[in-house]
Design a protein around this ligand. Structure first.
Ligand SMILES: *Cc1c(COP(=O)(O)O)cnc(C)c1O
Length: 401
């Protein structure tokens, strides 16, 4: 019996609920399913009709204005990925061979690669056991005469302690480049993530909260970087200044690359940005449901839930649980999989990866990173997920533990 038939036969809510629950149980629950607002196609059509669908057109400007207003940055430049935005930041920071950049090891490869491409050396610092963000109390010990920048990564869209990090940077004359790939719509002490450091990088990859397939943005919070950023963005030419009427022909003036997304991507992204509040609220509701659902297990010491500092306003990018050991994690992944539910662990710490071992330093031991990375498990979280799904996943994990 399908649901429509069921509704015409009965108004018994319990019966309907149990049938729905069973149907969900029979269906696979993916880890992530990109959310589409419905306006993307209309905007893409418009972008094509505009016949300007290379980069830096109408939709790019609209997205950038949205970001400047909502992230509260001086200038936003759309890029084809957060990786590209980080690479631009490394060029703007003038990273030279042998320069050191301080970052957590518990992050995505792009945080490190962007600097390695310029000859920089990632110096990994341990993370905090509560937020899994870089441990600000361990940063100073990692600073040497070669240090150029600190790269805080806001894990799961939960802000690092930016006040302390900015103070350290100021004392030692360092740049701060926020990896806010996961941070859209999040705040720390009422400051949007990506707007606090000198530069910030955001991602609109299909796995993030606000998406356009592949996409990102460089966020510039200090005006002295804007002109050069536009040049690096446009392949090392002063094309942007040419269009602004500031020069009468455009030419090669600096190093750069092709970091612009096409207008087709920007059109898709604008539809998403316009629904950012709604998307975030949907995610937050599900996040809260998981969080309430696991309260009891945390009290019993069976798992640990995410920690949100008081000064954080988060965007529900990830719901994770920290299990007692990696063996339990493997068992939970397998058991959920047998019910058609995908759950995944996260980063292999960069300092322990084959390439990381060749090109980086570590400051002190990274015991929190090494421990938590083997025990953290991410659960399905996306706007199309229902309360039934979350209830089912919580119930199953209760049974396993
Ligand atoms: C997703 C992610 C990136 C890379 O983003 P892309 O847009 O795929 O290049 C970088 N850093 C962190 C922390 C991320 O989560």
């Amino acid at each position: 019996m399908n649901l429509k038939e069921l509704y015409t036969h009965t108004s018994d809510k319990n019966l309907i609920n149990s049938v729905v629950a069973k149907k969900i149980q029979q269906k696979k629950i993916p880890f992530n399913k990109p959310f589409i607002t419905g306006r993307e196609f209309g905007y893409i059509k418009q972008a094509i009709a505009n016949s300007h669908f290379s980069g830096n057109g109408h939709f790019t400007k609209k997205c950038q204005t949205w970001l400047e207003k909502n992230v509260n940055c001086q200038k936003a430049l759309l890029t084809h990925s957060c990786t590209a935005a980080l690479e631009m930041a490394a060029i703007l920071a003038n990273i030279q061979p042998g320069d050191e950049v301080i970052m957590p090891s518990y992050t995505f490869v792009s945080t490190a690669n962007a600097f390695v491409l310029r000859g920089g050396i990632p110096v990994f610092v341990d993370i905090r056991p509560d937020t899994l963000n870089i441990d600000e109390s361990k940063i100073e010990a990692a600073i040497t005469s070669k240090t150029k920048a600190i790269i805080p990564v806001h894990y799961g869209g939960i802000g690092c302690d930016m006040t302390t990090i900015m103070e350290i940077a100021q004392t030692h004359n360092l740049l701060v480049i926020e990896d806010a790939a996961q941070g859209i719509m999040s705040k720390e002490k009422n400051r949007p993530l990506g707007s606090i450091g000198h530069l910030g990088a955001m991602s609109f990859h299909a796995t993030k909260n606000i998406i356009c397939g592949e996409g990102g943005a460089l966020l510039i919070n200090h005006p002295e970087f804007i002109e050069r950023a536009e040049i690096i963005w446009e392949k090392g030419t002063n094309r942007s200044q040419f269009f602004q009427g500031k020069v009468d022909k455009y030419t090669w003036v600096d190093m750069g690359s092709s970091y612009l997304p096409s207008e087709i991507n920007a059109a898709f992204l604008l539809a998403q940005l316009e629904s950012a509040e709604l998307i975030t609220q949907k995610r937050l509701n599900l996040w809260q449901q998981y969080h309430r659902g696991f309260a009891e297990l945390e009290k019993e010491g069976k798992l640990r839930r995410p920690f949100i500092p008081n000064e954080s306003q988060q965007n529900a990018h990830i719901y994770y649980i920290i299990l007692p050991d990696s063996k339990t994690r493997t068992t939970v992944i397998k058991k959920l999989k047998s019910q058609g539910i995908s759950s995944v662990f996260h980063y292999i710490p960069l300092h322990s990866s084959p390439y990381g071992q060749k090109c980086s330093y570590t400051e002190g031991n990274l015991e929190v990173t090494e421990d938590l990375s083997t025990r953290l498990l991410r659960l399905p979280l996306f706007p199309g997920l229902t309360e039934y799904h979350v209830e089912l996943i919580v119930d199953l994990i209760y049974q396993f533990l």
